[in-house]
Design a protein around this ligand. Structure first.
Ligand code: SAH
Length: 301
């Protein structure tokens, strides 16, 4: 679930929809000011999900009803009031500290489950640790990281990877995101972890052409990653961790990587909701045994 922090939820709107509609409906719900959206599979209806969106009392019923689209299989139920305490318990119950690699990632409202830990509150920005692409990136990042490394996180979202790198021993990290809301969320998570993390709104262009990083991590969808790949490769000294692509998209990444002289030394993958998410460690082909994991490479090629 993703939620904005700090709101007082008093109305619940249930929406049934095909999985393919979830992204656009969620975007609408956020623009209508939802305080949080939960998603769960609809029992007995493969490919359909139920979204539970919480709103403050003044949420506009009319605007929500406009989302109702029977032709597309989208059904919006009447908002119902929920007691605040019940709602809080409900959404918090779905979240718990989660071990990713050596790090414990937890929302600030959950008790600590262990150290080292990273406190990340689920908000509008992507990156609570609930998505496979985040987990894969964070795991590979910890494996590749050497103490004192300089790390770039392109598409930082909640800041989870950049902050994770710092907790895991990076000397410095920089987070960039084209979405100002993500950068605001990342700044809040930075404060929660008491870390020093410069954050930039923008794309790779926000960086000096000469900037170089030991490790670069980018959890972007393939169509977002490919245009940035050359710029990321140029700025990578030791390893580039690319996450956020599907198994079916490997070939496209292979082609783009090969054209830039990048070699995959390791791949990790995880299936979530029927999708096989992959992440790779890419190194400059010229750099022999540049990555410590090269010898134990589980290359997909
Ligand atoms: N790093 C987080 C968030 C990944 S979601 C995690 O691993 O969970 C991807 C993020 O990349 C989004 O916040 C999106 O706004 C941002 N993004 C997409 N394309 C981008 C680009 N070309 N430059 C910078 N940020 C980008």
């Amino acid at each position: 679930m993703r939620t904005r922090s700090g709101g007082r939820a008093t109305w619940l709107v249930r929406i049934e929809a095909p999985e393919g509609e979830v992204e656009s409906i969620s975007a609408e719900l956020w623009s209508l000011g939802t305080l949080g959206v939960e998603e769960s599979a609809l029992a007995g209806a493969p490919g359909r999900v139920e979204l539970r969106a919480y709103f403050a009392a003044d949420a506009a019923r009319g605007e929500l009803q406009r989302l109702d689209a029977p032709a597309r299989g989208v059904r919006v139920h009447e908002p119902v009031p929920v007691a605040e305490r019940d709602w809080e318990r409900e959404w918090r119950a779905g979240l718990a500290p989660r071990r990713i690699g050596r790090l414990w990632v937890r929302p600030s409202f959950c008790a600590s489950a262990g150290t080292p830990e990273l406190v990340i509150d689920p908000q509008q920005a992507f990156g609570s640790g609930e998505h496979a692409s985040t987990r894969l990136a964070l795991e590979l990042l910890q494996d590749e990281l050497r103490p004192g490394d300089r790390v770039l996180d392109l598409g930082t979202g909640s800041g989870i990877l950049a902050l994770g790198a710092l907790v895991a021993g990076a000397g410095s990290a920089l987070g960039i995101d084209s979405d100002p809301v993500a950068i605001a969320n990342a700044a809040e998570n930075r404060a929660r972890n008491g870390r020093r993390l410069p954050l930039l709104v923008g794309t790779l262009d926000a960086l000096s052409e000469r900037a170089r990083f030991d490790l670069v991590v980018a959890n972007l969808l393939l169509h977002e990653l490919l245009p940035c790949l050359a710029g990321l490769a140029r700025r990578t000294r030791r390893a580039l961790i690319a996450s956020g692509f599907l198994a079916a998209e490997r070939a496209a990444l292979d082609r783009a990587g090969a054209a830039l002289g990048l070699r995959c030394v390791r791949e990790a993958s995880e299936t979530q909701s029927g999708d096989r998410w992959c992440a790779r460690v890419l190194v400059h082909a010229a750099a022999r045994s540049a990555s410590s994991s090269a010898s134990s490479a589980a290359s997909a090629e």
